[in-house]
Design a protein around this ligand. Structure first.
Ligand SMILES: [Zn+2]
Length: 166
């Protein structure tokens, strides 16, 4: 078993056989005459401290590498997602209206004669106000023939067809 010690003059690490304990030698490094101690001043594990000094740097470098990876991945993914996104389809629901159907109402001039008074305009206004301007689609004039009881003749008359939502 060797005695391991440092030269007190130049701190050179020296190893001498334990048989030489207590004797004087010349340091092979600096030439100073030194006394060999009776036992090792440096336990074998004392060389380890050089290890931990390396460990933090490797951990730090690997951690830095991980951070770099985390930053790179999202940057690649996000443009891909936005390219896949499709434009929204047009909203058909609004075009169809809120559950309303297209209807027609026919106003014949002959049916608007009450007690000899022509109520056609009043009937038309009443009809249009009932439907409401927002529901009104179009108004068409129509001509028709009917048998007039009073004159016993076939008469030609007119009317309106109102197309609306309701
Ligand atoms: Zn020395």
């Amino acid at each position: 078993m060797d005695i391991v010690f440092d030269c007190p003059n130049c701190s050179q690490e020296l190893a001498v056989d334990s048989a030489g304990a207590g004797s004087e030698i010349d340091c092979p490094s600096c030439g100073e005459t030194i006394t060999i101690p009776s036992g090792s001043t440096k336990p074998p594990t004392e060389n380890v401290p050089s290890g931990p000094s390396l460990a933090p740097s490797t951990i730090a470098s690997s951690a830095a590498a991980k951070v770099e990876m985390h930053l790179k991945v999202p940057v690649r993914d996000k443009p891909g997602d936005s390219l896949i996104t499709k434009p929204r389809p047009p909203l058909e629901v609004i075009v169809k209206g809120s559950g309303k159907r297209i209807r027609t109402r026919t106003i014949r001039h002959a049916s608007c004669i009450e007690n000899g008074h022509d109520k056609f305009d009043e009937k038309v206004m009443e009809c249009l106000n009932d439907i409401g301007e927002s529901n009104l689609i179009s108004i068409h004039t129509v001509g028709y023939q009917h048998f007039d009881v009073g004159t016993q003749k076939v008469m030609t008359d007119y009317g309106l067809v109102v197309i609306y939502r309701g």
